[in-house]
Write a new protein. Structure first.
Length: 534
């Protein structure tokens, strides 16, 4: 029998991870938060569109409404949305019951937890939550509930069968915003209903570099016979461009846009907040998947917001990743564990680092640093800035850290010592707290409270304060979400008078006046640091 031809996965194949047709985020993966996202986010949005589709159509004619809870379909798709409502109510009934039980337990605690023993209230825990929740007080006798998240991954509310990946060809940098619109059937994409943790996905994405048997891969992914020709169209006989790993004596730094930074020595590669663009000859120059090393020794995350934990990038990289390093979770209901999440998604067993913990490397070390702000004043622990030492060079990566107290960085630098390079985002015009966490809240806060608690990082003055304390030799800043290919997850469209752009410009001018080496990064940058023998 003649051997079948082996082919490469095309460079421009998009892999959108979906859960029950919605774009997957950390809060939709975790069984602790997914029920509330479905009950308080997805279903109300679907019902709103089904009852008044023209409200959504007209709202999205205004560019400022692109990030809102409006479904980007026309009135002709109302029937499909109604079918998705019915499917959600049936398939995700355990999640809806769980969300309703959380609401009921919150009511019980509000009415009956008065500072006395909580033990009698366990009898009033709704059945869907029994054995999955612990009742607690804080030191001021305010009641709360703590979910046993590890057990929930083995409960009916974790539904791997609703996970899928929609495969399509990259349409260009201006992709529609993905979080408010479910993915209905389309001739432009192929939905493959295989859970994220399946090794078959590694076989697919590994075919970007190593050719594969398309039919065998389709069998492993359970691609339906009617979809086989469309699946085959995602492949090519053209080999991928060759990769050249860094082999110098120092450290090479590559900026991939947004908060994604790659640090490489000859023996160690570290990727922070992976968010990698697809190639686009018609857009700005950028690094892509093929500018990553053949193996990524460590992947680090600053926090689990959807523009920093991007499964569309992470799942295709999984077969390259050797170690996953995450901030330590605090266990609050709005603070899902990244360690549990990545473990259940088939990644190498993650390691948590708490504040000021150090992981020693062959030629350096990784230290987890405190990260203030960006989470609407919620008690979120799973966030970390990072201090990385490689070949004697030191790097501070602050991402969305909000400098709420300059003395934090004065205290930090006394421990970590001098810094060669600082990378910091200036997303200082953030959305209100409810934009991210609204579906997770059982009780609504007032609009005034919500508007006062923004999801924002440092502005010019705050970042200047960090620089004054940390005293980095080189300063690299960026306006978060500025790259044109990121609008699909940020809905941002910056102009020259947008606040983050203006604040970044002020900071550049300030640093130059101080005689400091500073650069405002955009899209792509490669920097080399000579190594220092220790």
């Amino acid at each position: 029998m003649k051997d079948r031809a082996r082919s490469y996965l095309r460079q421009d194949v998009v892999a959108e991870p979906l859960i029950n047709r919605w774009y997957a985020t950390a809060y939709l993966v975790s069984p602790m938060t997914a029920p509330l996202m479905v009950a308080n986010g997805h279903l109300p949005t679907l019902r709103s569109f089904a009852s008044a589709p023209m409200v959504h159509v007209n709202a999205l004619k205004n560019p400022e409404m692109q990030g809102g809870a409006y479904i980007a379909y026309g009135t002709e798709r109302v029937g499909e949305i109604e079918a998705l409502i019915a499917e959600t109510q049936q398939v995700q009934a355990p999640l809806l019951a769980f969300a309703e039980a959380v609401k009921e337990l919150d009511r019980v605690l509000a009415q009956e937890a008065r500072g006395f023993s909580l033990e009698p209230l366990y009898a009033k825990v709704p059945g869907q939550l029994k054995g999955y929740v612990e009742l607690t007080y804080d030191l001021q006798c305010q009641p709360a509930m703590r979910f046993v998240e590890g057990l929930l991954y083995h409960s009916p509310v974790y539904q791997k069968q609703t996970q899928a990946i929609a495969l399509s060809l990259y349409p260009g940098d201006q992709r529609p915003f993905v979080f408010s619109t479910p993915r209905l059937d389309s001739s432009d994409s192929l939905l493959v209903q295989t859970p994220f943790d399946s090794p078959a996905w590694d076989g697919l994405f590994g075919a970007r570099l190593d050719p594969t048997d398309i039919e065998a891969l389709a069998d492993n992914l359970a691609v339906q016979p009617a979809d086989r020709s469309r699946f085959a169209s995602l492949f090519t006989q053209t080999p991928a461009p060759p990769r050249v790993d860094y082999a110098g004596d120092g450290v090479r730094v590559r900026y991939f846009g947004h908060a994604c930074v790659l640090l490489e020595s000859a023996t160690t590669s570290i990727l922070i907040d992976p968010q990698v663009s697809y190639p686009n000859p018609n857009g700005p120059d950028r690094f892509t998947f093929f500018d990553l090393p053949e193996k990524i020794d460590y992947v680090l995350f600053t926090h689990d917001h959807h523009d920093h934990v991007v499964f569309e990038t992470l799942l295709p990289l999984r077969h390259l990743i050797r170690n996953v390093i995450v901030p330590k979770s605090g266990g609050a209901p709005a603070d899902p564990s990244l360690k549990l999440m990545f473990r259940h998604l088939g990644f190498p067993v993650p390691r948590e680092l708490d504040e000021m913990e150090v992981l020693d490397l062959a030629d350096g070390a990784i230290t987890a640093l405190p990260f203030f702000g960006e989470h609407g004043d919620l008690n979120i622990r799973s966030k970390s800035a990072w201090h990385i030492r490689l070949r004697g060079r030191t790097f501070f990566l602050g991402a969305d850290s909000n400098n709420l107290d300059d003395e934090l960085y004065a205290n930090i630098v006394r421990v970590i010592g001098p810094i060669d390079a600082m990378f910091m985002g200036l997303e200082c015009d953030g959305a209100p707290q409810s934009w991210m966490y609204g579906p997770l809240a059982v009780r609504r806060m007032s609009r005034q409270m919500d508007q006062s608690r923004k999801l924002c990082s440092s502005d010019f003055a705050k970042c200047a304060g960090m620089i004054a304390r940390l005293k980095p030799q080189h300063i690299y800043i960026y306006a978060m979400g500025r790259e044109p290919w990121l609008s699909y997850i940020t809905s941002l469209d910056y102009s020259s008078d947008s606040k983050p752009i203006l604040e970044a410009g002020r900071l550049v001018d300030h640093c130059k006046q101080q005689g400091l080496d500073v650069e405002d990064l955009y899209c792509k940058k490669e920097i080399h640091f000579e190594g220092i023998d220790q």
